[in-house]
Design a binder for this molecule. Structure first.
Ligand code: MG
Length: 348
């Protein structure tokens, strides 16, 4: 298939949130993400980078890293994408969101060029969709109750804990809902004794699993926790790439795969396979991102036991549309590539 040289460009976008979003590490009222466009042969693929709140990642750093990746993407055969994760890591090791965005744009283009939705290109089943959770951000008990009432359509909730008043917050939620709750401590519990006390109480609160209870470096202490609870212990901050999985596999029962940690769909796919080899369950997670990156996630969701794809639901004005949510389960579009398009309400 002969192709012309691609034109690749990137831009920063500002996303307004419905609520100020708070986790154990900090909070934000808006987000700056980066879009990447891969144009070739009259088709345009789009990808998105999102960033961890109040960490070393910024849109500016991502834009810079995308610029460094463009020469690679201008010269490779777009259909020989299997070893792109390694090639891109050699250029932009410290900026996985940039690698994810440019690779997502390329894969969107490849799917369009081959006239296949990406899930079909990857041999996956769009009919198999885990229920996605909806995140209730840290806030006052009253505000968290209000957010829980607003979460009426979502059958499973995720709560960010990791503060001294965790149990009071769960009690406040349990006063207004009996839905299953997934708990994410975001490394917020300082030691295993604190964590096991909270977990033993949470076991009686219809909690599905505990995500990243301890700081990522406390691997032996996390293994100690895992032996003492029936709740799955899921790694998030402790695992970015497939190569991280063997070192933590004994301490956790599952891992949270995110495109923005993995640096793209291809490394995420590899992580699913490695996790399976180590008998780990997988949650497919996200950052705060538009329907571009969320729809990219839904292309892989049939491999996951749990989905936590709610980043676009937290925006007040999503500039794109793609996957459709139905009874808490995402359906990726039947259109080729990612299948996303600018949303009707968008001013773009
Ligand atoms: Mg997490």
């Amino acid at each position: 298939m002969s192709t012309s040289k691609p034109r690749i460009r990137s831009e920063k976008i500002r996303l307004e949130l419905q609520h100020t979003f708070t986790i154990a590490g900090g909070s934000a009222a808006f987000k700056e993400n980066v879009l990447v466009f891969y144009e070739r042969d009259g088709l345009t693929g789009v990808g998105e980078a999102s960033h961890v709140t109040v960490k070393e990642q910024t849109a500016e750093r991502t834009l810079h890293a995308v610029d460094q990746l463009i020469p690679l993407y201008e010269t490779i055969n777009p259909f020989a994408f299997a070893d792109l994760p390694e090639q891109a890591r050699r250029i932009a090791a410290a900026t996985p969101p940039a690698r994810a965005a440019i690779e997502m744009a390329l894969m969107d283009w490849v799917g369009q060029k081959l006239n296949l939705p990406l899930y079909r290109l990857f041999g996956l089943n769009a009919d198999r969709a885990p229920v996605t959770s909806f995140t209730i951000g840290l806030d006052t008990p009253e505000m968290m109750q209000q957010k829980t009432r607003e979460a009426g359509p979502y059958p499973v909730l995720k709560v960010k804990l990791g503060r001294p008043d965790d149990l009071e917050l769960i009690k406040a939620l349990r006063a207004v809902t009996d839905k299953p709750i997934r708990v994410d401590a975001n490394e917020g519990w300082p030691d295993k004794e604190t964590a096991i006390k909270k977990i033993e109480w949470l076991e009686k609160q219809n909690v599905e699993f505990i995500e990243q209870p301890l700081p990522r470096k406390l691997i032996d202490e996390t293994a100690w926790l895992k032996e003492r609870t029936r709740l799955p212990i899921v790694a998030d901050e402790a695992v970015f790439l497939a190569q991280d999985i063997p070192g933590i596999a004994g301490a956790y029962s599952g891992i949270n795969i995110k495109l923005m940690k993995a640096g793209g769909l291809l490394e995420a796919l590899r992580m699913f396979q490695v996790a399976r080899a180590f008998n780990l369950d997988v949650m497919l997670g996200c950052m705060i991102e538009t329907s571009i990156a969320i729809t990219a996630g839904t292309q892989l969701q049939s491999l996951a036991r749990w989905a936590d794809l709610d980043g676009n639901l937290l925006l007040s004005d999503d500039p794109y549309e793609g996957a459709v949510l139905n009874n808490g389960r995402w359906r990726p579009p039947d259109r080729p590539g990612l299948g996303v398009k600018p949303s009707a309400s968008s001013r773009r």
